[in-house]
Design a protein around this ligand. Structure first.
Ligand SMILES: C[S@@+](CC[C@H](N)C(=O)[O-])C[C@H]1O[C@@H](n2cnc3c(N)ncnc32)[C@H](O)[C@@H]1O
Ligand SMILES: Nc1c(NC[C@H](O)[C@H](O)[C@H](O)CO)[nH]c(=O)[nH]c1=O
Ligand SMILES: N[C@@H](Cc1ccc(O)cc1)C(=O)O
Ligand code: SF4
Length: 467
């Protein structure tokens, strides 16, 4: 497998390059008039014109303004967020993506490895306890994404199929749970465990679905149906990275290819699940790749209609193999982030919601992006590991009160939403009866704040001692 030390950024020779026979002015007129954008239009807008070097500030403002106006037409002035928990099950993963510092080599997790490592694996019982506790705090959603642990199988039948291979470790990346210090259980068991009460369970990325069917002839739809039966409600469209294979060949040669990612998403939607779609940008890809990616997502949505939000993930570079080996020395610039959000809004004319992720951008830029085409501000999450391990520094949670204050400060309307956006609660920041602000949509949510001022679960601090 390629390691980052073998990637020479100077030697990457891409077939897709940001050259077009379109003009910036024509592309902008198409965007303003609401015509469906071509890839050439998208490239002109995201580069502020291929006729000149660098980003032109006046042209950039014109693109951001067109996107902000489109956002207002499509979804109005509401800014949504979800009261959710991230519960990632394991960091054990051998896939070796060069942008990822979440994973730890799975070998270190073996019972007799003797290797000290910073990773974790939770049992289904542990996952259940964590979700149950957060449910009491008022969450309505659990998001769970994990490393591709070699002992993970869909269910007991899958374990038998994997075990029957001559050399399971080499052929199908499988080792039995008994080899590991902690047994993650099956995907079915983990989802059953996390599906507490009526919480919305958002889990199993296309890459995880591929892992949950490895070594079998099952379809993605079969896998997602089985998991829906265990309690899965919707699937996160991460693992998308850049949906152009020449970029995947560089940053994630061990991952499924673009057509397989699309097939997994179609399988999830055929099984009746909603999905989201993501892009992870700001590493070795160029502007043409970003727009080609948007085209893959728009085509998929034309066929399915099941993608409810688009989530741009700006690459956090610091502690990743790509940065450690000098392949990249930064992520995207502020202007690139703004244009990515704006062109996503304009290009994806069939997806209503574009997320601004405070995990990636922080509060200040995150709020700015809500004026560049985005309308959703992510979730409370309560725990964050992927970005933090890569060097991100924007923390582990936002409270409902944080959301109300921030969204009000930019003159928009704070709205707590369910994962599928079908349930919404508008919050009046100036209504004294609405204070203190807590979630109300989750099955156990009664408006009590989830966190106290110190960021601890509200009610968890010990009562002051009597004197
Ligand atoms: C860490 S993986 C976990 C789930 C599963 N292993 C997978 O790959 O689908 C989830 C997503 O996190 C994102 N991610 C990982 N490292 C990142 C980084 N350094 N900066 C931004 N996003 C990152 C990628 O888009 C990736 O698909
Ligand atoms: N739930 C969302 C997250 N969660 C944080 C992730 O676990 C992760 O840290 C990272 O975003 C992976 O790249 N992040 C979002 O950006 N949006 C969400 O809706
Ligand atoms: N929550 C978003 C995006 C996301 C989820 C998990 C992650 O680890 C990263 C991003 C989704 O539904 O897809
Ligand atoms: S992005 Fe996912 S598959 Fe790739 S190394 Fe990280 S955890 Fe593993």
């Amino acid at each position: 497998m390629t390691s980052a030390s073998e990637v020479d950024p100077e030697a990457i020779d891409y077939e897709h390059v940001p050259e077009t026979d379109q003009s910036f002015e024509n592309a902008l007129a198409n965007a303003r008039d609401g015509r469906r954008l071509s890839v050439a239009d998208g490239i002109e807008l995201i580069t502020t014109g291929t006729d000149r070097e660098g980003i032109d500030p006046a042209r950039k403002e014109a693109v951001l303004e067109a996107a902000d106006r489109r956002r207002a037409e499509v979804v109005g002035e509401e800014v949504t967020f979800v009261a959710n928990l991230n519960n990632n099950v394991t960091t054990a993963c051998n896939t070796g993506c060069l942008f990822c510092n979440f994973k730890d080599t799975a070998h270190a997790f073996e019972a007799d490895s003797g290797i000290d490592h910073p990773g974790f694996t939770k049992t289904p019982a542990e996952s259940r306890e964590i979700v149950a506790e957060a449910l009491e705090m008022g969450i309505s959603e659990v998001t769970s994404v994990s490393g591709l642990h070699p002992a993970f199988a869909l269910n007991t039948e899958h374990h038998e199929i994997l075990r029957a291979h001559d050399d399971p470790a080499r052929e199908v990346n499988y080792k039995p749970p008994a080899a590991y210090a902690t047994d993650p259980g099956t995907y079915r068991e983990q989802l059953t465990a996390m599906s507490v009460g009526d919480v919305h369970l958002h889990s199993i990325t296309p890459e995880e679905a591929a892992h949950a069917k490895r070594g079998t002839d099952w379809s993605y739809e079969d896998v997602y149906r089985e998991l829906a039966d265990a309690g899965l409600d919707s699937a996160p469209g991460t693992a998308a990275e850049i949906l152009v294979d020449e970029v995947r060949d560089v940053i994630c040669p061990g991952k499924i290819r673009t057509d397989d990612w699309v097939a997994a998403m179609e399988g999830a939607m055929a099984a009746g699940l909603d999905t989201t779609a993501t892009i992870m940008y700001g590493h070795v890809e160029n502007a043409a790749h970003r727009v080609e990616h948007l085209k893959v997502v728009r085509d998929l949505q034309d066929r399915t209609g099941g993608i409810r939000e688009f989530v741009p993930l700006s690459f956090i570079h610091e502690n990743t193999p790509l940065a450690e080996h000098g392949v990249v020395d930064s992520g995207a610039s502020d202007a690139e982030d703004e244009l990515l959000i704006a062109v996503s809004r304009l290009f994806l004319d069939n997806i209503d919601h574009v997320q601004s992720s405070w995990v990636k951008y922080g509060n200040e830029k995150g709020l700015k992006l809500l004026n560049c085409g985005a309308d959703d501000f992510m979730g409370t999450i309560l725990s964050e590991e992927i970005t933090a391990r890569a060097g991100g520094e924007f923390g582990q949670f936002r409270s409902v009160a944080d959301y109300v204050e921030m969204i009000d400060a930019i003159g928009r309307v704070p709205v707590e939403r369910s994962t599928d956006y079908r349930t919404r609660r508008r919050i009046d920041p100036h209504d004294p009866d609405a204070k203190p602000f807590g979630p109300t949509i989750g099955p156990r949510a009664d408006g009590t704040p989830m966190l106290d001022d110190a960021g601890n679960p509200d009610g968890s601090s010990p009562a002051p001692a009597d004197d």
